[in-house]
Design a protein around this ligand. Structure first.
Ligand SMILES: Cc1ncc(COP(=O)(O)O)c(C=O)c1O
Length: 395
């Protein structure tokens, strides 16, 4: 960026990079013919009933092509409040404690921009979702890593040690991307107690709360009245209802915090896309059998992925994913950094996997594998990986 003919770029933006997930996908597109265990998108298409309902709404209601209130359609806020009450035991005021956002991503960024000043610190129990790291930098903050335990549980002492007077937030992905872990209620409670004691905010990303394989939905700390001023929950319909491209998510927080986050949301986007808000309403009211079938298929894909990894036990070890659709596979066949191994796998086997190093401290030495794809793709990817590893043994 020292070219005199090039305009100066902000330090904030110079500090960030395009995520490895997208970079791997771009490189794979250049190579051609690759199969993916990379990007975190389930293979399902948006439900036809949702598409039909959005088309009908756009045809019959001219306002559905216009802005909504900044916080979103009142009926959608009320519908989400109902779902939160029924599914998570969380009581929120749909008038003042929720805002629809452009995916969870906007909600997360708006939250960080609200909480973090230049040089402030944000704790990341890690490995963690890679985009948090870039968003913290974008807000001028400093990510502080608190490594998870070997089986991806919370190391509360590591978190305690990471807290300083500059700590403004801790970001928790529960269930977790990239580890597939699910933090226990006791772990979530302990973090909230610490947040209240040291006056920072726990930002919980609940994007995958619908997908817990033992059926035990994790505690949403907004359900605890005593924590409300120290918790922001962010969620999304992207993965749950195959709406990734519609860009619809939300933030829930106590009224005082929400009012501040709203200022960022208003300045950045005005409102979440109105047709997508109608899609969200339709998805929430659609036949629950659709979601049950997605869950069933993802459970099968998880079993398949684990079985295929077990067949490669000389080459990989892993912790059983308990939620979401990812597994962090530790590779035993190389000492090279994960970026190098992922690149070798891409060029040598034509398989996309995401280098674990991009998920912060504790991620190195792993590849993140997604089992959101169809079974045929998962099998093809593992066939290729197995062939590539065997060929490497003979070389
Ligand atoms: C943990 C996590 N949070 C947020 C997102 C982005 O969600 P959205 O599409 O709602 O912006 C993703 C997408 O992969 C994710 O894995």
């Amino acid at each position: 960026m020292n070219d005199a003919n090039f305009p100066p770029i902000s330090r904030r933006v110079q500090a960030i990079a395009v995520s490895a997930t997208k970079a791997m996908a771009q490189e794979a597109a250049r190579i051609g013919g690759c199969v993916s265990l990379g990007q975190g998108v389930p293979s399902f298409a948006t439900q036809p009933a949702v598409v039909d309902e959005v088309i009908r709404t756009l045809r019959n209601h001219p306002a559905s092509g216009k802005y909504t209130l900044q916080t979103g359609l009142p009926e959608l806020r009320r519908r989400i409040a109902r779902a939160l009450r029924e599914e998570r035991g969380v009581e929120i005021d749909p008038e003042s404690e929720i805002c629809l956002t452009v995916g969870a991503m906007e909600g997360l960024l708006a939250t960080l921009l609200t909480l973090v000043d230049q040089g402030d610190e944000v704790i990341l129990p890690s490995p963690t979702y890679a985009s948090y790291i870039e968003q913290i930098h974008l807000a001028g903050g400093v990510p502080v890593y608190a490594p998870l335990t070997a089986d991806w549980g919370l190391d509360l002492e590591a978190v305690r040690r990471a807290v300083t007077p500059k700590t403004r937030a801790l970001m928790l992905c529960n269930p977790g991307n990239p580890t597939g872990n699910v933090f226990t209620n006791a772990e979530v409670l302990a973090l909230c107690d610490l947040a209240m004691e040291r006056n920072f905010v726990v930002v919980v990303d609940e994007t995958y709360d619908y997908l817990v394989y033992d059926g035990r939905t994790p505690l949403s700390p907004l359900a605890l009245p005593q924590c409300r001023n120290h918790v922001v929950c962010v969620s999304s319909l992207s993965k749950k209802y195959a709406l990734t491209g519609w860009r619809i998510g939300w933030v829930t927080a106590a009224q005082g915090l929400m009012a501040q986050i709203m200022k960022v949301h208003d300045a950045a986007t005005i409102c979440a896309p109105t047709p997508s808000q109608h899609a969200a309403l339709a998805a929430l009211d659609a036949d629950p059998a659709w979601l049950a079938e997605c869950r069933r298929q993802l459970r099968r894909r998880r079993e398949l992925c684990c079985r295929r990894l077990d067949d490669l036990r000389d080459f990989f070890s892993y912790v059983d994913p308990r939620g979401a659709f990812y597994v962090m596979a530790r590779y035993l066949f190389s000492d090279a950094p994960s970026h190098q191994v992922a690149t070798q796998l891409l060029h040598g086997a034509g398989v996309i996997a995401i280098p674990g190093g991009c998920y912060g401290l504790g991620g190195e030495g792993h590849l993140r594998l997604s089992f959101g794809g169809e079974e045929a793709e998962i099998n093809e990817a593992f066939d290729r990986i197995a062939g590539w590893l065997q060929a490497g043994k003979k070389r």
